[in-house]
Every structure is written in structure tokens, then in C-alpha cells.
Design a protein around this ligand. Structure first.
Ligand code: C2E
Ligand code: MG
Ligand code: MG
Ligand code: MG
Length: 293
């Protein structure tokens, strides 16, 4: 009987695995057409600087990729980005993201929004690709955006995979004036000795440390240590996934420079993002004239 149960469990396991790989295959095939069929879009999550006077203001946007699959509906980037990476599709998709995000920034400028920074996520595959710095330079020039308005987000894994190469690429991007940040900081295996050699300006504290900040003394200790270390290295800090006033109060007290999270706003389509920025500016009684979005 035990044997039969075992065999059933095995059969269940394989059919589940088959279903998973069938979905992965369906996603990969779908992804090949997604760009030309205009199923990809970007949402933008506002990033806030925490000012000394207790205020917060929108200083940037993070571009987050969205995919509406014709049969499966919205597919999470956490699911399709790895497939885009393993299939190589991340290269054309990543280039599209860069171009689209910077074009949107230009439209916001033209509409009279304050000069924001655009944060774009970079996959390790893009980072390793030979002509990344040239590509970034080309897109900036084509769109007509100064490099200082772009910030590329890189995970620790992408940087630590080949630290020597990472330093070279970071130096090239830095020389062009592009900002760099380490995304999901604390979840990967970054070596602190490399941190000072990486040309990054900002650490994004991963949301897993922010989530239980108000009840978990260890998370508070970690976040506090990251903020202090960043300060000593001359790096900015941005906390991700801020959902409560309690988390915000702690981060402010410890001297975290910036935040993003559902407490302020979810990622929004471009028009809604612009409306959000304008509404906040007028609520803060700092009128802003916006004539076209
Ligand atoms: P990430 O870059 O760390 O982005 C933050 C994720 O946290 C986003 O999920 C965002 O929607 C979510 N988030 C923001 N605030 C909160 C909050 O207060 N609470 C919670 N629970 N979540 C919050 P999303 O959009 O599903 O993206 C997931 C990941 O997919 C991103 O993590 C990034 O690694 C990747 N990704 C998204 N867009 C791109 C892209 O254009 N290129 C590449 N290479 N990766 C991307
Ligand atoms: Mg990110
Ligand atoms: Mg992150
Ligand atoms: Mg992440």
C-alpha cells in the first residue's frame, strides 16, 4: 500500500511538473510575439525623498514591466522575466523598456512635471552583454534625455557574478553619467569589499527587511546597519515595499534617504502617475501647471 501511495505521489509530482513546463513553454512562445503585438507595457511607481522637515516629495519613478497575455491575462514579471532571460528575449525586451521609459520621461517633462529620475531594472543578462554602455548611450541620445536622469537598477547577483567585469561596466556607465543602484540589497551575496569598488550611488533595501520592521528587532537592526554603512560609504538608501506609517517613521528616524511602496502608491500607468504627481503637488500647496499628459 505504501508502495502504491508512493507511486501515486510520484505520478502527481511529474504531472505537476509537466503542467509547469507546458506553461513555461506557452509563456516563452507568447513572449516571442509580445513586443510586436504590443502586449507589453510599463507601470511606474513613484519614489519619494524623505526631507529633513518631515515632508516627502516625488523625485523619481521606477519603470515596472507588465505583460497582458491574450489567454492567461496579466502574467507577473517574477514569472516571465526568468523565461525572458533564459530564452535571450530579455535583450530586445530590455531595450524596449529602456526606450519606452525614457520616452515617457520626456513626455512628462514636456507636460510640465518636475524633473524626475527614471529607474529602470536591468537583468544580469543585459548587464553581461558587450554593448550595454553603448546601447544605453544610444537610447539616451535618440530620446534626447541627459544620462543623469536615468538610474539603472542591478541586483547583487548580477554584479557579483563576475565582479571584475561588473566594475568595468559600472565605470563605463558612470563615465557616461548614468546612475546605478543595487536592487533588493541584502538578499543576494554581495561582498562588502566589492561594494566600495562598485560605482553605485544607491542601495535599495529589499522589502523583505522592511515588511516586519515594526515587530522584528532583527530586521530593524539590519536596516539600521545598512543605512549606517551606506552613509559611511557615501551611498544613498531607498527602502522598498513601505506599506505602513510605522515603517516610514522608523526609516525616517534612521536617516533613510528615500522610499517607495504601497503606502504612497502602487505602480501606475503613465497617465495615472502624472495625475498622482500633480495632485500631490497641489495638495502640498505648491501649484504646478500641467498642460498635457
Ligand atoms: P523589483 O525591481 O524589486 O520591484 C519591486 C517590486 O515590488 C515590484 O513588483 C513592485 O510592484 C512591488 N512593490 C512595490 N511596492 C510594494 C509594496 O509596498 N508592497 C509589496 N508587497 N510590493 C511592492 P513587480 O512589478 O511585480 O516586479 C517584480 C520584479 O520583476 C522586480 O522587482 C524586478 O526584479 C522584475 N522586473 C520588473 N520589471 C522589470 C524590467 O523591466 N526588467 C527587468 N529585468 N526586471 C523587471
Ligand atoms: Mg527594481
Ligand atoms: Mg527590489
Ligand atoms: Mg525584486
Amino acid at each position: 500500500r505504501a508502495k502504491r501511495d508512493g507511486r501515486n505521489a510520484y505520478r502527481f509530482f511529474t504531472s505537476e511538473m509537466q503542467a509547469q513546463s507546458a506553461r513555461a513553454l506557452q509563456l516563452e512562445n507568447g513572449l516571442r510575439r509580445a513586443l510586436e503585438r504590443r502586449q507589453l507595457s510599463l507601470h511606474y511607481q513613484p519614489q519619494f525623498a524623505l526631507d529633513d522637515d518631515g515632508q516627502s516629495r516625488v523625485v523619481g519613478a521606477e519603470a515596472l514591466l507588465r505583460w497582458q497575455h491574450p489567454e492567461l491575462g496579466w502574467v507577473s514579471p517574477a514569472e516571465f522575466i526568468p523565461i525572458a532571460e533564459s530564452s535571450g528575449l530579455i535583450l530586445p525586451i530590455g531595450e524596449w523598456v529602456l526606450r519606452e521609459a525614457l520616452s515617457q520621461l520626456r513626455r512628462w517633462d514636456a507636460a510640465g512635471l518636475p524633473a524626475l529620475t527614471m529607474a529602470v531594472n536591468l537583468s544580469a543578462v543585459q548587464f553581461r552583454h558587450d554593448d550595454l554602455p553603448e546601447l544605453v548611450g544610444r537610447v539616451l541620445e535618440a530620446v534626447g534625455m541627459p544620462a543623469e536622469r536615468l538610474e539603472l537598477e542591478l541586483t547583487e547577483g548580477a554584479a557579483m557574478d563576475d565582479p571584475t567585469m561588473a566594475i568595468t561596466v559600472m565605470n563605463e556607465l558612470h563615465a557616461r553619467g548614468v546612475g546605478l543602484s543595487i536592487d533588493d540589497f541584502g538578499t543576494g551575496h554581495s561582498s562588502l569589499s566589492y561594494l566600495k569598488r562598485f560605482r553605485v550611488g544607491k542601495l535599495k533595501i529589499d522589502q523583505s527587511f522592511v515588511r516586519d520592521l515594526t515587530d522584528d528587532a532583527e530586521d530593524r537592526a539590519i536596516v539600521d546597519a545598512v543605512i549606517r554603512m551606506a552613509g559611511a560609504l557615501g551611498l544613498q538608501t531607498l527602502a522598498e515595499g513601505v506599506e505602513t506609517e510605522g515603517q516610514l517613521a522608523f526609516l525616517r528616524r534612521q536617516g533613510c534617504h528615500a522610499v517607495q511602496g504601497y503606502l504612497f502608491s502602487r505602480p501606475l500607468p503613465a497617465e495615472a502617475f502624472a495625475e498622482f504627481v500633480v495632485a500631490r503637488a497641489s495638495a502640498a500647496d505648491a501649484p504646478l501647471s500641467v498642460f498635457a499628459i
